[in-house]
Design a binder for this molecule. Sequence first.
Ligand SMILES: [Zn+2]
Length: 367
Amino acid sequence: MPISYPEWSLAHCQLLSRFDQRWPRIAYPDSSNDWAYRRWKVALGESEREAIERFLNAGLLVYCPVPEQLDWGFTLAQLRGFLRERGLKLSGKKVEIVDRLYRADPAGMERACAVVLREATERWIEWDRSSATESAGAAALRRGGVGCLLLKCSEPGLRLVAEYMTVEEEMGRKALDALRSGDFESAISTVLAFEDELGFPTNPMAPPPEMAAKVAREEVPLAFAANPTILSGVSEDVMGCLRFAAAACCLSVLCRGDREGKCFVPDADLIKGLKTGLKMENEAALHMIIRQVKFQRAKETWKRMRVVRRVRLCAIHRPDLGLRPCQACAELDGREWPIEEVPDLPYQYCTSKLGCRCIAIPISRPG
Ligand SMILES: [Zn+2]
């Protein structure tokens, strides 16, 4: 279904969708030193702030009214402080308190909100200053430009966002249907065509689209064939669901936009309520399939490279994140094997309820 606002690109719609909450959202000045700024500028053909100003002029975004700004910017305790200063009744829910304050002192409340936004702008300037060169937003502010804004979608804005979400969901559904029917190539090209239209550049940390497509082409079939021993005992039906969800995850490597493939994020919809019979949570079980896929693909790549002779397995020790290897994984930690003999990951004897988090490191010296 085409979007009925031809003057806005898909990327513009995605940007607008950030404000789709019927709840204020803060828009910062443009930080041209930021990678996020550059990718949006490529996708939009203008900066984020320029697009936001056009949304405001077109009535798709609106400034939040003062009561909503009060609700957004102040805690209940702070609002009660305002009541006390004005000798007003202290009781009631937040929305009632906001209403009481705004009725009693609209100008004072508007000033209080302006202070909060000014403080947010000052924090942004402080953060932006950490980069070497002055950003576009900072330069605009120095010339007297507007700082942080508190915005939300208008009704027409919400309608445009809803249309965009439908387009995105339809793409996701089409890709998943193709995946389900075994037509991996069509699943990949569906996502790629959508991403091309969105027009985000490739993150320097991520593979370019043709490389990402190659990765997906290798990973999707591996996901459908995955059978990690750590999941033994899981019924074939449930394994089928987990494999399908893992294959869908592998497609998200193709997504470069801000929503990163959330239209087919499978851990939310596809695996909720599955009965694996394991101690592991469903998300961890899904992750075990993805781990096996990644490990097998890495091993194939290393074999093709020929210089990799050995593989070292390492357990993850991150007590700060609550990650400690189980006994079995701790015993693997730091050991090396010839590439043909390395144990499969995820490690089949792992007993962690988060699943095995061990990683493999290729070693190029001959062993
Ligand atoms: Zn373990």
